[in-house]
Structures are given as C-alpha cells and as structure tokens.
Ligand binder design. Sequence first.
Ligand code: AMP
Ligand code: ZN
Length: 112
Amino acid sequence: MQSCVFCKIASGEIPANIIWQDDIFVAFSDLSPQAPVHVLIVPRKHTVSLMDCDGPELLGSALVAVQKVAVLLGVASDGFRTVINCRDNGGQTVPHLHFHLLGGRFMQWPPG
Ligand code: AMP
Ligand code: ZN
C-alpha cells in the first residue's frame, strides 16, 4: 500500500534499523522504544490488523519469526513480551499488522 509507513520500510523506501528479514516478514527497531529491546515484526504484504488475517498460516509463521528474533537479540532465555495491538481500543496506531517484541527488562502486568 503506497501510503503505508510499514510497507515503505518493508520495500526499503524509507530507512529503518532492520534486525532480521525473510521473504514474508521484516523485523526492525521501534522508533520509540519502550524497553531496551523493542522490535516490530511485520508481514511484507499489507495487512491492516489481526482481524484482517485469513487462516492460520501468516499468524503461525509470524510467531515463529518472533521466536527467531528473540533468539537473535538474546532475550529468549530471560523472556520477553509479544504484543499485537488491534484496532482503536487495542491502541493500534499504524494500520499494518505488526508484532511488538519487547524485552531486556521485567514487564509489568496488566498493561494500561
Ligand atoms: P501500535 O501502536 O501497536 O500501532 O504501534 C506502532 C508502533 O510503530 C509504535 O511503537 C511506533 O513507535 C512505531 N513506529 C511508527 N513509525 C515507525 C517507523 N517509521 N519506524 C519504526 N517504528 C515506527
Ligand atoms: Zn502496509
């Protein structure tokens, strides 16, 4: 999608600190990190939100991508948090599906 910031990052049109990528996903540092490790994992294909995914394939492989990035960034053994904000009440601000991976510190619960 032409005007979508995450599509532009995935295509290389705008810069980002790319952590990992494959044919389906790109992982890059969040511009406004909320933890020592804060990475976004996004599908290359424009998908608006969690509720706009059809079937288990993309969602399953996204969580496998999260595992890979967690190992790569050294937060797998201590643990980390994965967040999917969905639509307005979920606090989604960028309408391109993304998985937050937050780590490097203890995460409180519940979220605000
Ligand atoms: P959400 O509120 O779940 O939609 O999260 C969107 C996230 O995207 C926020 O944490 C922003 O800091 C992050 N973000 C927005 N624009 C960029 C960008 N150009 N590069 C990296 N992260 C971004
Ligand atoms: Zn997009």
